[in-house]
Design a protein around this ligand. Structure first.
Ligand SMILES: NC(=O)c1ccc[n+]([C@@H]2O[C@H](COP(=O)([O-])OP(=O)(O)OC[C@H]3O[C@@H](n4cnc5c(N)ncnc54)[C@H](O)[C@@H]3O)[C@@H](O)[C@H]2O)c1
Ligand SMILES: [Zn+2]
Length: 399
């Protein structure tokens, strides 16, 4: 087997209906007296921020509600400035990946100063950050347990990521009741993001073969046994419950299963890694208006097609978990069915099929390919190491 890996998670993970009510206890355990909630106006209007506040009686609470979907550097800087002025001792991210990531960047700024752009890349955060608690209101990114904080560097026209295990939240409170108001489109997009995380983690290069120079540490470590178990459970749940959650947001059972799926997928990918789908989504999202999840969902089957030959048994396994029956098929035929199943799921929940539908200009594809190829930390997780030309071809197929 020859696997050697470390498995990281949030310091504490609370899961379940109305888990938010335990927030006050957790803040108290961290010695928090003055907390900053990082969120957005939609979640204030949905009454979610009120529930978070009610769970912390007697504390001094400030709210930054300037969060925006797919945060830009300008938005992040406003959040960071706010945090520096207020000097909280605990930061609480309430929202989807966008607000949770902004909360992480605020926590870095309070603990280590500087500008969020100083920490972009892997392992550039110099030490622990102040206690960070994340409460997801979408079922998708897994940011509540991951070491990543993503934003768009508008000047460089690329999404960038700060990646450090110091950014794993001290506590993740995953309460499916906070997701009931999540609109169908956000539910679909974030749900297929979770599926992408689980599939990329499960079909990643094996931990034993991970191409890392001896003196280098990487947050992503390749496919390993613990991540595999979590990816399996996530894929089965997305297949079984995402269409239901999109159809009826108040379907509590579907919401609960999707909450679990997203957190499990977050645990899987944030140790094993995400790969070519995510690398290819970054330049697309910086160029046109598309959510991270929809961009990933669009690209997922095209990248699966490229990766298929390197991981036939793994993709055959994914097909089974997506609900495809064997019916005498061999692994190669089953692996093919994994792509069909993802395409069907996409169509069912309304994920765009083609890059041209998003307004992507065909002439930009070579530049996209160069940008994606430059993301070495993602390339080396992929089961086939692509060339920039390979990536260009996948973009053209998806166009
Ligand atoms: N840190 C990580 O590990 C990680 C992983 C994947 C993606 N991301 C990043 O996360 C971001 C995407 O996050 P997301 O998909 O969770 O969506 P999001 O955070 O961008 O939210 C999308 C919209 O949905 C609204 N919304 C969220 N929950 C709601 C609820 N319960 N009720 C009503 N409205 C609600 C928000 O207010 C927002 O307007 C991207 O920037 C992406 O790059 C981060
Ligand atoms: Zn993602």
């Amino acid at each position: 087997m020859r696997q050697t890996f470390t498995f990281y998670t949030a310091g504490q993970l609370l899961f379940g209906r109305d888990a938010v009510t335990q927030l006050g206890e957790i803040v108290a355990r961290f010695g928090g007296k003055r907390v900053l909630i990082v969120t957005d106006k939609i979640l204030v209007h949905a009454g979610i921020v009120a529930r978070v506040r009610e769970a912390m009686p007697g504390l001094s609470i400030d709210v930054f509600d300037g969060g925006e979907p797919e945060p830009t550097i300008d938005m992040v800087l406003r959040c960071v400035e706010n945090a520096r002025t207020l000097k909280p001792d605990v930061v609480i991210g309430v929202g989807g990946g966008s607000n949770m990531d902004a909360a992480k960047l605020a926590a870095i700024a309070i603990s280590h100063g500087g500008d969020p752009r100083d920490y972009v890349g892997e392992n550039h955060v110099p030490g622990p950050v102040l206690p960070l608690i994340c409460l997801p209101t979408t079922s998708g990114t897994g940011s509540e347990v991951t070491p990543a904080a993503v934003f768009t560097d508008t000047a460089k026209k690329i999404k960038v990521s700060v990646l450090s295990n110091f950014l794993r939240p001290a506590a993740a409170i995953v309460d499916p009741m906070l997701t009931l108001t999540c609109p169908p489109k956000v539910t679909a997009d974030s749900g297929i993001d979770a599926l992408t995380h689980a599939i990329e983690a499960f079909t990643a290069i094996d931990n034993a073969d991970f191409p890392l120079p001896a003196n280098e540490r990487s947050v992503y470590q390749g496919k390993n046994l613990i991540a595999d178990m979590m990816a399996e459970q996530a894929i089965k749940r997305v297949a079984g419950f995402l269409p239901r959650a999109v159809r009826d947001g108040k379907d509590v059972e579907a919401r609960e299963e999707m909450s679990l799926a997203a957190t499990l997928a977050g645990l899987a990918f944030s140790n094993a890694g995400v790969a070519l789908v995510h690398a290819m989504e970054y330049p697309v999202a910086a160029a046109v208006h598309v959510s991270h999840g929809a961009g990933n969902g669009l690209l997922l089957p095209f990248v699966m097609r490229y990766n298929l030959s390197a991981k036939v048994p793994a993709f055959a396994q994914v097909a089974e978990w997506l609900g495809v029956e064997r019916q005498g098929r061999d692994d190669a035929a089953m692996a093919d069915q994994a792509i069909v199943a993802v395409e069907q799921l996409k169509a069912l929940i309304g994920i765009p099929a083609r890059l041209r539908d998003l307004g992507v200009n065909k002439d930009d594809l070579p530049t996209f390919a160069e940008k994606a190829f430059s993301l070495k930390r993602l390339m080396r997780v992929n089961p086939r190491y692509p060339s920039a030309a390979d990536i260009g071809q996948i973009y053209r197929d998806a166009w």
